[in-house]
Design a protein around this ligand. Sequence first.
Ligand code: MD3
Ligand code: FE
Length: 222
Amino acid sequence: MMTMDLFDDLDAPAWAIESRLEQLAPGAVVLRGFATANAITLLADLNRVIADAPFRHMVTPGGFRMSAAMTNCGALGWVTDRTGYRYDAIDPETGRDWPPMPESFLRVAQDAAVRAGFEDFEPDACLINRYEPATRLSLHQDRNERDFTAPIVSVSLGIPAVFLFGGLNRADKSRRVPLAHGDVVVWGGPARLRYHGVLPLKEASHAMLGRQRINLTLRRAG
Ligand code: MD3
Ligand code: FE
């Protein structure tokens, strides 16, 4: 069939075109606008999560208040306090389990993971970060998870941010990657332990979220 022949002549597979797949580095794939069509559902589900587990500013082991407000959903939640970083089944603010992972979060994360080549991603934790203008996240590695063979999927909503994508050593030079509303990034394989962070956000307003950026990071923690 003619249309199939045209597709077969392109050097990228059809799914790469549909989702505008960009490879940042081995193991790191950006899917521009992948979550845009689901944003209303994701934000409605987020509102139910934060009614149960409100955003809060956690404290690092060094005693610094984090500038991003955070909460979690799923079986495990990432927490930090003066005693260290860890995953915990209980929200220390409420003494209750974290809210369940909304189906909409799971679906977008698993669909994105499949696009990036990770077929069996079963996240049990979603860390939710809320940024306002001037909020930043300093360079760090995500290494509190048990199994580094699982990727991390991040979903950006609201005002844009510049993501810092470093190397396997803190001193490695980092690249700046702009992330906008609806962008989804899958970080796995050789990219899984790369240093990363977020530059201070610029003043901006988004039609759905006002002066906020929400980032969902879905992980296999336990
Ligand atoms: C690259 N969040 O929650 S998401 C975090 O935009 C975190 O809120 C940032 O870093 C944010 O830990 C960045 C992108 C991200 C998440 C995990 C990664 C990039 C990653 C793990 C390895 C390499
Ligand atoms: Fe991180």
